[in-house]
Design a protein around this ligand. Structure first.
Ligand SMILES: [Zn+2]
Ligand SMILES: [Zn+2]
Length: 500
């Protein structure tokens, strides 16, 4: 599509004469809001807090243009150019490698488009990014907002109060909660506060699994509140809701939508990915809004910012059951990968696993890479035929995790795919090759966090088998012990174990 400028308005046109793709227009005029104009409520619901392409909107162009001319919606450039630099306005991509040209039928030019967010529909130099500029649809609160009646641990209560305060004051706050602290409940009071004040709130997480797990829990806690649950291919895409649960990716369709965003598990991805998620969150939140980060394992930069007072944060150093986190032990096992090449596993690894089999204790054994894990599986099946292995591309991944939950699998070998998000009540954990670079501080803290989750089995053995200790292993152990110490100091733990 091309636009021409007339009477300080953008007018769509099909002719090339006196017209340009939107990204080549220097200044895009924004008409004043005409309060007497009757807007289309369907368009209002679909577009409030969003940034969409024409293709996303099943309304005639003439109607969209009419809303623009009456000040009810805005056109922005899909791609901005300054000199030889490009930036995708939707996803924030600036890397020249992620742009490409194609002969575009819509504008008749060799049109530049963004490849990074292509799966959300092609955004190019001639695509206007369309947002709502009129009043938001009116919503009414039910008489009872929250139905949840559980209780919080002392540690959770402190964090919950800080979340409420940050949402009230439109501040940023980090909740650093150990694995198994129960972080979802910590959000409930804050969500209730936001909804009561007619605010729009979003919980965003990198993983679809987490969206699917959180949705029923939030629907149970807030049964009368419309909730949009958004992930690739979800049904709720066009639902206007006061409470949204979305993958961070889906945030790219939002623009200045939320009074509060809760970002869960941002640490789960490498920095480059994190950067684009930060961009997505930044443009999905309103200019005046709260941002709550939730993590068990902030990266070193964030930890430094916490220590130096640059970042507002609350720790929940103890689990709900008031027992300390298991502390990993380091066990040297020689050149295990060389041994694996010869069809052998280090004797102390074998012994460790045999002990678990004999005492019928469920066990997760982590390996850095799939081929090594498969080799180990062959060897271990000679000891016990029912040992299983799982990895990200395993078609039966869900089935195996379920079998582990049902206690039908005794020993499960795994890659980092099970480092987070899974809870088995009573397990021991081993890492073989803990020195591998895939096992970062954050991964190792998460892996250790798989043990001792339930109140009936609050402890568990965690062993890191290694061929040379790494900085990351030491940092992981230190982080865990620091949390245990803080738990003792704040009176949140019943014993001093693991804090020395
Ligand atoms: Zn074009
Ligand atoms: Zn993009």
């Amino acid at each position: 599509m091309r636009f021409t400028l007339k009477d300080n308005l953008l007018i769509p046109t099909n002719t090339k004469e006196d017209s340009l793709p939107i990204s080549n227009i220097t200044h895009i005029p924004q008409p004043m809001l005409h309060p007497t104009f009757l807007c289309n409520p369907d368009l209002q619901k679909r577009l409030t807090g969003k940034q969409l392409l024409l293709d996303d909107l099943p309304f005639p162009l003439s109607e969209i243009q009419e809303h623009y001319q009456n000040g009810y919606l805005t056109y922005r450039k899909g791609i901005v150019k300054s000199g030889k630099q490009f930036e995708c306005v939707r996803c924030g991509n600036k890397d020249p490698q992620w742009f490409a040209n194609y002969p575009c039928a819509r504008c008749g030019e060799n049109c530049l488009y963004c490849r990074q967010c292509l799966m959300m529909g092609r955004i190019s130099e001639c695509s206007p990014l369309i947002s709502w500029n009129g009043p938001a649809p009116e919503t009414q609160n039910p008489s009872q907002i929250m139905a949840w009646q559980g209780t919080l641990s002392e540690g959770q209560k402190v964090a919950s109060d800080h979340v409420v305060e940050a949402i009230r004051q439109n501040e940023e706050h980090l909740v650093w909660a150990v694995c198994g602290a129960g972080k979802t409940e910590v959000l409930f009071a804050g969500i209730e506060t936001a909804l009561a004040a007619q605010k729009r709130i979003c919980i965003a997480t990198p993983r679809t699994d987490v969206v699917l797990e959180l949705t029923p829990r939030l629907k149970a806690a807030f049964p009368e509140i419309p909730i949009a649950s958004l992930y690739g291919g979800s049904e709720d895409r066009h639902l206007y809701a006061p409470l949204t649960i979305a993958t961070t990716h889906q945030l790219l369709r939002f623009y200045q939508a939320f009074d509060a965003i809760i970002l869960d598990e941002v640490d789960a991805f490498p920095y480059t990915v994190e950067e684009s998620l930060q961009y997505a969150a930044a443009q999905a939140r309103k200019p005046l809004s709260a941002l709550i980060y939730l993590t068990a394992t902030p990266n070193s930069k964030w930890q430094r910012e916490c220590r130096s007072g640059k970042r507002a944060f609350t720790t929940i150093p103890a689990r709900f059951h008031r027992k300390p986190l298991p502390v990993p032990e380091f066990v040297w096992c020689g050149n295990w990968s060389k041994q694996l090449q010869k069809g052998k596993l280090p004797p102390n690894v074998i012994r460790w696993i045999k002990t678990r089999i004999q005492s019928n204790k469920q066990t997760l054994v982590f390996f850095p890479h799939i081929p090594m894990m498969e080799k180990a599986l062959k060897i271990l099946r000679d000891i016990h035929p029912a040992i299983e292995a799982v990895h990200a591309e395993d078609p039966d991944r869900k089935g195996k995790v379920q079998k582990m939950r049902n206690k039908e699998i005794l020993v499960l070998l795994t890659t980092t795919i099970l480092e987070r998000g899974v809870t088995f009540p009573n397990i021991d954990v081993a890492v073989v090759g803990a020195e591998d670079s895939i096992f970062t501080e954050s991964a190792l803290v998460q892996i250790t966090g798989r043990a001792g989750r339930s109140k009936d089995h609050p402890s568990g053995v965690v062993s890191f088998f290694h061929y040379g200790k790494t900085e990351e292993m030491l940092k992981a152990r230190k982080q865990i012990m620091t949390m245990n110490r803080e738990g003792v100091k704040r009176g949140l733990l019943d014993s001093r174990e693991g804090a020395k």
